[in-house]
Every structure is written in C-alpha cells, then in structure tokens.
Ligand binder design. Structure first.
Ligand code: ADP
Length: 378
C-alpha cells in the first residue's frame, strides 16, 4: 500500500502543539518527504520551547508510524534560536535510548559544560570511532568500510554507521539495497552484510533528499541513527563522518560519544591542510586522534605492480610526526580498490588474501591496539 503526503498531513492535522494548535497550522513543519513507505520531515521550533516539543515529536512519530503502509518514520526536532534571543545552550546528555533530543536549549546557558559531559555511551557498544576528512573525495568512505572489515578480520564485532548525510555512499560501497526493518521496540535493525552491522541514511532516503538537510536536522538524524538502532553488542562502531570541519561536524564530534578519530588525507598539500583542520576540530572537543591515514598515497600499476609517487607521497606521515599523532598507514591508489568499492564488493572482503586487505588490516590493528583497554573493559 503506498502512502501519500496528504495522508501524512491529515494525521499531522490531528497532532497538537504544546499550545494546542494543530501541527499543520503551527508553522513548524518542514516539507514532508514520503518515499516508498518511509516518511521524513522536521519540526522546527524556537530553542526556548524545545523541551516542551520533545513529547510532541514523539507523539507525531508514533502517529505517523501508525499510518497503514508506513514502514519507517524519521522525524527530527530542530531548535533554532530566534534573532535577538539568548544563545541556546548545547544539548543535554542522551539519557534515553529512544527519541531524538532537541538540538539545543537543554541546559541553562550559564552552566558551562565540558564537551565530554554531553556524551553518553551507547549500551552494548564498547567504542565509537569516527573516520573523518577535511574534504570530500579523498576516499574517506572507502577507507571507513575497509577499515571496519579489517577490524572484523581481527576478530572484533564491528558496526558501520554512514553519517555522511550529505552524500551517503555506503549503499553503493556495500551494494545494500534493502531497507532496515523495525524490531519489537520500534528500533531500526541494521543491515547485516560482510559480518558487519551497517546503517546508513542512504538506506532510508534518496541521495538528493539527504543533500538538502540543514545543520540541526543533520545532527538530529544522526543521533537517531546512533540511538534508535538496535546495534546489538559491538566492540567498535565505525562512524563515517560527513566531510569537512564545519559546524555540523563539530556538533557531531561533540555529541557522539567518540573514543577516537581517524583522519583520512591524500598526499596533496591542500588536503593535508584540511586534515590539520580536522585534527584541530577533534582536539577542541577532546576526542583523541587515533592517527592519520594517507589514502591514494602512491600509484600502483594494475598491470605491472610498479609504484609511482605521482602525488609526492609521504606528506601525511611527516605531518603526523610533526603534529605528534600516530601515522596509521598508506593506501595506494589502485584500480582494484576503486573497482571493488564501486561494485559493492569492498576489497578486504572480496580479495582477503591480497595486498590491500593486508594494509587495511594493519591499519585496523593499530586502531584496535589504541582501543584495547576500552574494548577489554566492556
Ligand atoms: P569520500 O568518502 O572521501 O568522498 P570515497 O570513499 O567515496 O570518498 O571515494 C571517492 C572515489 O575514490 C571512489 O570512486 C572510490 O572508489 C575511489 N577511491 C577511494 N580510495 C581509493 C584508492 N585507494 N584507490 C583507488 N580509488 C580509490
């Protein structure tokens, strides 16, 4: 049964704002997206009222999910500061395992909080780590997936969250086409593939829809993907971050309980500068940088195996040394990494005995070693 936008709007007309006004008349709704039984929209409210709206958000989501034919609903509460009003405080710790927290207005502005105190662990997950890059196109998602597989090969239980909401590439890299189902607690069940628990916003929306999401909504959706997903027991959850080091990334790094970050860079100077920004960003929110990976480090000829340092390789290693962070390894620019990525058969899984899989496993081992204490304690 296909759900229409009008059906959703009819239901929204029956849900009331904290002031008793129908949502459709409260001037708070974003465009409602209905896509193959999945419904997405945001409720945009003034930061000062965000707390009162959280129960409305939950009631709205329940009402939308009850529409026959709706298979999933993601409704984000975004709180915006009105011009001239005091700055909204940062979000509170996510104590509930259910529901999206408003993006702001949870604490009185006068109570200073350290970035770490905003985070709370996700039950069942020993360590959440971020894979980040200063800019897009450096191979961050390819590395995140193959790193997750390298960690899997080391005997760890691993999940992958594609939080690259502006351009989710995990559906393409994994070939996953199916949609996550809901469990009895109405949590999304991650897709199991290659022995990984995988979740991506791209499983739920078309790429174009994800692209137009605004900052606060991005955070809200990512929080929901972290906390409203039945991840099960994991040693490591690898989060493929959106590229860049802007506000959205900073908020994310502040709100996700990260045990560390891996920065992906290519050898070109420009992306090294961007990688430096990434380091500074994680430092600002007290997330330890587990190290830098140099991707597309050198060109390896698929025919003869000859190596050429066409990009002046080695910059990331020097930069890591200079900055005093670990250098995790260098990955060649190689046809089979690109081809396997683009065909949904990641190289660590499809060529497990090949040289590339060995490189990703070695990087994985360096990451694991730094998280050993946390994983063992869990
Ligand atoms: P990002 O997540 O940084 O935007 P992707 O992981 O989507 O980047 O990679 C961008 C493109 O580069 C993809 O086509 C991917 O297959 C390719 N790619 C990534 N890493 C390598 C590599 N080491 N060798 C060859 N191609 C690569």
């Amino acid at each position: 049964m296909s759900v229409t936008q009008q059906q959703v709007l009819d239901v929204l007309g029956k849900v009331k704002s904290p002031d008793g006004v129908a949502l459709t008349h409260a001037n708070v709704l974003s465009a409602v997206t209905v896509n193959d039984g999945k419904v997405f929209f945001s409720i945009n409210v003034d930061a000062a009222q965000a707390r009162a709206w959280e129960s409305v958000r939950a009631a709205t989501e329940a009402a939308v999910r009850a529409i026959p034919g709706v298979t999933n609903a993601m409704i984000a509460l975004t709180a915006e500061r009105k011009p001239g009003s005091p700055a909204a405080a940062p979000p509170a710790p996510h104590r509930h395992s259910h529901g999206v927290q408003p993006v702001s207005a949870h604490r009185p502005p006068q109570s200073p909080v350290s970035p770490m105190s905003k985070q709370s662990e996700i039950p069942g997950i020993a360590a959440v780590i971020a894979v980040a890059s200063g800019k897009g196109g450096v191979g961050k998602s390819t590395t995140a997936l193959n790193l997750a597989l390298g960690l899997r090969d080391l005997g760890l239980r691993v999940g992958l969250l594609d939080a690259d909401i502006y351009g989710p590439s995990v559906p393409r890299l994994t070939g996953i086409r199916e949609k996550p189902q809901l469990d009895d607690n109405r949590k999304m069940i991650p897709i199991q593939r290659f022995g990984l628990a995988i979740m991506s916003i791209g499983f739920l929306v078309e790429e174009e829809t994800a692209m137009i999401w605004r900052g606060p909504m991005v955070m809200s959706a990512i929080t929901q993907m972290l906390r409203d997903v039945a991840w099960g027991t994991l040693d490591i959850l690898v989060v493929d971050m959106p590229p860049g080091t802007g506000d959205a990334q900073l908020t994310l790094a502040q709100n996700v309980p990260l045990r560390g970050a891996v920065i992906i860079s290519t050898p070109q100077d420009l992306s090294l500068i961007d990688a430096r920004r990434g380091l500074a960003m994680f430092k600002k929110v007290n997330v330890p940088v587990l190290g830098i990976v140099e991707n597309m480090s050198y060109f390896q000829c698929p025919e003869c195996g000859t190596r050429s340092d066409i990009f002046g390789h080695g910059g990331a290693r020097l930069e890591a040394e200079r900055l005093g962070v670990p250098f995790l390894g260098e990955i060649p620019l190689h046809m089979s990494i690109r081809a396997t990525s683009d065909s949904g058969t990641p190289v660590v899984d499809s060529e497990p005995d090949g040289p590339h899989a060995a490189i990703y496993r070695a990087i994985g081992a360096k990451v694991r070693d730094q998280l050993q204490g946390v994983i063992a304690a869990a």
